[in-house]
Design a protein around this ligand. Sequence first.
Ligand SMILES: Cc1cc2nc3c(=O)[nH]c(=O)nc-3n(C[C@H](O)[C@H](O)[C@H](O)COP(=O)(O)OP(=O)(O)OC[C@H]3O[C@@H](n4cnc5c(N)ncnc54)[C@H](O)[C@@H]3O)c2cc1C
Length: 389
Amino acid sequence: MSEVGWDADPGVAGWPGLPALSGDLRADVCVVGLGGSGLAAVGEVLRRGLSVVGVDAGRVAAGAAGRNGGFLLGGPAISVHHAGAGWGLAAALELYRQTLDEIAELARLLGPEVVRQVGSLRIAGLPGEPADELEEADRQAELADCHEQHEVLREHGIAVRRYDGELGAGLFLPDDAAMNPARRALGLATLYGGDPGRARLFENSPVTAISAGRVQTAAGAVSAGLVVVAVDGRLEVLLPELAGRVRTARLQMLATEPVAPGRLPCPVYGRWGYDYAQQDQAGRLFVGGGRDRFLDQEWTTRTSPTAGVQAWIEQAAARFAGAPVRVSHRWAASVGYTEDARPLVTEARPGVIACGGYNGTGNLVGPVAARAAVALGLDGVPPPACFSS
Ligand SMILES: Cc1cc2nc3c(=O)[nH]c(=O)nc-3n(C[C@H](O)[C@H](O)[C@H](O)COP(=O)(O)OP(=O)(O)OC[C@H]3O[C@@H](n4cnc5c(N)ncnc54)[C@H](O)[C@@H]3O)c2cc1C
């Protein structure tokens, strides 16, 4: 069995695969990276009636896009009131609205079996009794932060309700959703790859060189008027000129054997969003977190899970489950962080637009950024203020 819990889903395990790139191809646009963001770029190019070649180093969503928590949360990576304080409330709210639109678009494209529109819960702390006074104080501070977030969202017409229930206290965000992230990416690849006259997608084709108008792999090359690099983690490895603007970190997760069905009615995140869990219909939990407890060691481009972080997540999983858990899968993947939590959409080289640096929350922000990258590359439209260009 694969190490990634999501891959046990028959819809993922049965993926027939795509060919590797060989020979020389030509297209209007070449997209490097077929995660959720790269596939959104592919969709945007097709919507404009242009041709596109997409290449990925491994399987579609071989990176974080197929290995993440599957939360579809409206808004920036940091809460909207904090983002607003840093980059202006109008910019933060604009990103919020675009990510909510992205949920609606994904639901339209992939249907309710992939996109479960169940809302999300932000709770203060973790479920269960605080272990000590320190945890209790942190929980109270987080509860106050939840109230601030509630006020800003309510004032700007974004749906939010206070939550006080079995899992703790915090906020319920009814417009959010959940998914198996690998199914989202493979579903989009199936949809877009079904138009082979205009979209040609390739797996197992690591890109070795990128220059204006040309993308090189070991066995092939693509000539294109525009190149979009849609890679979140390890972006600075592929495009070293972005080192200093984006920095790679590892995030880790695990999956459990089924626990009490219906324990988590929707994705739940607590402890300032550092720990998070969702439950699938079979009762399994998919739980991640702990990066803040191991900050120094998690600034790495490695993608193997570690004992310390996994032990942290395991105890968090038991709190989310309300009972001890049995772990079935453990995994990790790379994501990109930026200094001010604004994602990058930038012309890295002439004719090469890069997007990435989603600060741990790129399932929706990534596609929004990828569309902005296409607009920058094809129309010369500067990215909105919520992005760093
Ligand atoms: C454990 C974990 C949990 C997370 N939880 C959530 C969550 O619940 N909600 C959320 O919104 N976000 C979450 N994230 C963040 C989210 O997964 C990412 O921000 C998002 O998936 C980024 O998607 P992407 O398509 O931009 O990039 P990636 O997923 O990084 O995809 C880039 C693709 O580029 C390919 N690639 C890289 N180098 C090359 C090359 N040289 N040649 C060709 N292809 C290349 C990779 O193989 C990969 O498939 C989480 C991340 C992790 C790791």
